[in-house]
Ligand binder design. Sequence first.
Ligand SMILES: [Zn+2]
Length: 472
Amino acid sequence: MASTVSSAARSSIVIASTLTRRSQFLHHHGYTRSSVSLLSHAMSSASSSSPVSSLSDVESLRRSRILSSKLYFDVPPSKVPLIYSSSYDIAFLGMENLRKQIQRNETDASQYCQDSVPQTIQNSIEATCDTHTEPIHLNLPISESSQFESSMSDLDKPIAHRKAEIAWSCHKRHPFDSSKWGRVCRFLILDGVLEKNRIVEPLEATENDLLVVNSESYLNSLKSSLNVSIIVEIPPVALLPNCLVQKKILYPFRKQVGGTILAAKLAKERGWAINVGGGFHHCCAQKGGGFCAYADISLCIHYSFTLLNISRVMIIDLDAHQGNGHEQDFSNDRRVYILDMYNPGIYPFDHEARRSIDQKVEVVSGTTTDDYLAKLDEALQVAEHTFDPELVVYNAGTDVLDGDPLGRLKISPEGVTSRDEKVFRFARERNIPLVMLTSGGYMKSSARVIADSIMNLSKKRLIDMEGSSGKI
Ligand SMILES: [Zn+2]
């Protein structure tokens, strides 16, 4: 397939390979403290005619953005506080086929070659190559993977070689179910727990909404498909036209962000809300990573501060990975208490952000269900006696499941159900509004496990799927 790429196309891709990638990598991973990043964010967001010079200006700019947002809207009582849109589900122009190919060949990397890239992707790659006249600048945050770093450092190789490496890299990295969110809802509907017309559809977060947390320079960086490909860890995305990347990847993410933000309003009104999506806990104001392009958790919390009269929020992050995005964003903010239970032996290895965790619970690779749940019980008890939140944001990643290649823990499906029940009990029995986000976990079995857990919450009357409001 390499021969189908013209030499003209190859020569039209000029890679700024002389850039000092290593120093850029370090620069992008060198975290600034929260207040400093807020200030620089506001300065980059403000017009040059109105320079921002103090943190109070930052806060007033943030406040005015929130007040002009349309993401909070009135939801009729006939709806249940379960948020989802069919546009959450991501279609990668045949990437689903690529994913199946990846799963089939999981044990033999050598079987996977560029010929496995679906024709639709190859066509897009070639169309992109043919129209590329601009240099690609590598002004990037970079993947944690040394394998991917080495392929990135070889970007000045001929396109044919790069295609082969990209394909191999993809094989190794992303076996995921890109329609997980929709399948959760389908299971709930099929099992008679949820009626389709009672689901709440959120609005898309606009640029004005995203700027409440994410910096303008970061949002601009998403106009490069290469940057997005690194954030979502799917290398072939680098070769797609950015308009396609916006439509097929970033738009679904922005809808999910709208869902996370709206969830806090619904939780305040109804006691709980579940966004069947969101939980992008690796993205902070200045950078994305680990399949997280927007800082939805930080956004949700800032909206609740401004619009819901909330001043103390507890994040309970039980995704298998450390939630370094929100940790970075709230590093100096005592209004937010962070309980993070994560595997320290996997991505993101963010030691700087770990300092911002109020209660750190490390669960090593191979941890089994009983040990995991015992640690959670203990952690919730400590949290209860340490902080008095007015809102709980629960990041309920299912990559803790046994068999998940990224999480490397051994939690059974029943263990996930019990875990979710414990967190819901913690918040609901204390009348603390609770937002749940589904976050990571993209095995084919994840959707079924999430749906079963939601059904259990309903059965135990920790949530009311009939649509009536009220607290227990
Ligand atoms: Zn995760």
